[in-house]
Write a protein that binds this ligand. Structure first.
Ligand SMILES: [Zn+2]
Length: 190
């Protein structure tokens, strides 16, 4: 199982963090969704599943989780590249969202409402908040603030004031690429 660390939630948006559950694209090694333990550990870290909540009963086929993840990735990656997302990918998101809505109740929060799901959940329910997050991002945006790290393919919502974010994180990719560039430049001058 991959090493789960809270510092890896860099997407600023649940569905984008879910898309980032592979260490690096396109190789897709270090995949958190290879095992049920990995999926549940990520869900707890991301706050989708409370630590004490069990996720038995019914379960989720890991292939469903991976299908949703890849659909989210391809959809928003296409949007970043200013292409039209594949309708099949959007359908996977919207179909899961439709199930999520049927199972959810509305809770007043601040000046609006949020969706909540029953505490006792099947592992499949881990996918509902993810699908809701993706649907909301598709419906409401801001799509011009979605970015993709050029080094590892992680997606993020750019919340910087001037919209200048380029990397998943400076620590993980920005500084690596910068130092590679630095050494390449240095060696070129030798
Ligand atoms: Zn990166």
């Amino acid at each position: 199982m991959a090493d789960v660390s809270a510092t890896e939630l860099v997407g600023n948006c649940l569905c984008l963090d879910f898309a980032n559950t592979v260490a690096k694209r396109p190789e897709s090694h270090d995949d958190w969704l290879k095992t049920m333990e990995g999926l549940l550990a990520w869900a707890r870290m991301a706050g989708v599943l409370s630590p004490e909540a069990s996720a038995g009963g019914g379960g989720v086929a890991l292939s469903d989780a991976t299908e949703l993840r890849e659909s989210v990735y391809r959809t928003f990656s296409a949007i970043v590249a200013q292409r039209h997302p594949d309708p099949d990918d959007v359908s996977v998101i919207m179909d899961t969202y439709a199930v999520a809505l049927r199972m959810a109740s509305l809770h007043r929060e601040g000046d609006g409402h949020v969706l909540r799901w029953p505490r006792e959940r099947s592992a499949r329910a881990v996918l509902w908040p993810v699908a809701a997050s993706a649907a909301r991002l598709l419906l409401e945006g801001p799509l011009n603030r979605v970015g993709e790290c050029p080094s590892c393919g992680w997606l993020f919502l750019d919340t910087s004031r001037n919209g200048s974010r380029r990397w998943c994180s400076m620590a993980m990719c920005g500084s690596q690429v910068k130092s590679r560039r630095y050494y390449a430049t240095k060696n070129a001058h030798r």
